[in-house]
Design a protein around this ligand. Structure first.
Ligand SMILES: Nc1ncnc2c1ncn2[C@@H]1O[C@H](COP(=O)(O)OP(=O)(O)OP(=O)(O)O)[C@@H](O)[C@H]1O
Length: 293
């Protein structure tokens, strides 16, 4: 493990922001820390980065502190600096031994080469976030801690930042916090679900989804759906039928294998006109709501 905490607790006065967190981040992981507002995500990242002192518990980081970089949720830069100057300053502070060409490289990766000579006071939010990532990776950190790296951005800006994060796989271990579950499902391989300062689940994303998701089929049909729904509900291998709208049924089943065999026959028996049919992909959002509600 590149990061491990044991019984980590942090109180702000009487308020417990972290209440006994045992975090375990495998080396090379892109680890998504998810949780509702106030769950303790920012506090946990700040403690890992050494910016806040835990009230109790242990933190063990495999890399030395200077190889750990934190990107805060809204990175702030002096507005009169150019993008290139921000990245140059970061390199000189954390990794003066790396060649200057490293600055060009991270600016290019962040698609900021053309804007590199502009003052950052005129950058958009998406550009600032990409610049923050460039300045964070310029020193080649082993561990990157990214607080809500894409949450404040529009869809295009999010896309760019998610692609940048995906490109870090294999180069560094990343721990990112987010409350946008689709983003986490897309870029992370490992997930920790935090609520009220406690980890409710931690492990690989497939384990979380496969272990919790109810096996279900999504069936798109020509209306009306009532008769087909009735036929399906009478089957003993069907555990539930939800009419999602006038074209879609969600059929939860005892097992996907059984449904593969019996669903086509049952649909035919209900005179269904099937448009499409397939297993419903497990969704982090469903599992998250189930765990945190
Ligand atoms: N400096 C502080 N002083 C007092 N309480 C704080 C402080 N920082 C955070 N808290 C409280 O600790 C809890 C955890 O906050 P934290 O910012 O770590 O959560 P979060 O999961 O990052 O939330 P968000 O998604 O809203 O940023 C919250 O209840 C918050 O109000």
């Amino acid at each position: 493990m590149i990061v491990e905490t044991r019984g980590l607790a942090k109180r702000y006065g009487a308020h417990p922001a972290l209440a006994g967190v045992d975090l375990a981040v495998p080396e090379g992981a892109v680890y998504g820390l998810v949780g509702p507002n106030g769950a303790g995500k920012t506090t946990l990242l700040a403690v890992l980065a050494g910016l806040r002192r835990p009230t109790s518990g242990e933190v063990r980081l495999a890399p030395p502190r200077r190889r750990v970089a934190l990107l805060p949720d809204t990175p702030q830069f002096e507005p009169w600096l150019t993008g290139r100057e921000v990245v140059a300053l970061a390199r000189r502070l954390v990794a003066p031994g790396l060649p200057v060409s490293r600055e060009e490289r991270v600016l290019a990766d962040a698609e900021l080469s053309a804007a590199a000579e502009r003052r950052v006071g005129g950058y958009s939010r998406g550009m600032l976030q990409r610049l923050g990532l460039a300045a964070t990776v310029v020193g080649e950190p082993e561990l990157l801690l990214l607080d809500e790296p894409a949450s404040a951005l529009d869809p295009a800006g999010r896309r760019e930042v998610l692609d940048l994060i995906a490109g870090l796989r294999g180069k560094a271990t990343v721990v990112l916090s987010s409350h946008i579950l689709a983003d986490v499902q897309e870029v992370c391989d490992t997930v920790g679900i935090l609520r009220e300062g406690r980890l409710l689940f931690q492990g690989s994303l497939p384990d979380l989804l496969v272990g919790r998701a109810v096996p279900a089929y999504l069936v798109r049909l020509r209306p009306p759906l009532g008769r087909v729904a009735g036929v399906l509900r009478a089957e003993d291998w069907v555990t539930g039928v939800d009419i999602l709208d006038d074209q879609r049924l969600r059929v939860t089943v005892r097992s996907l294998a059984e449904a593969e065999q019996r669903l086509p026959g049952a649909l035919a028996a209900g005179d269904a006109r099937v448009v499409s049919l397939g297993p419903q992909a497990a969704d982090l959002e469903d599992v998250f709501l189930e765990l945190t509600s």
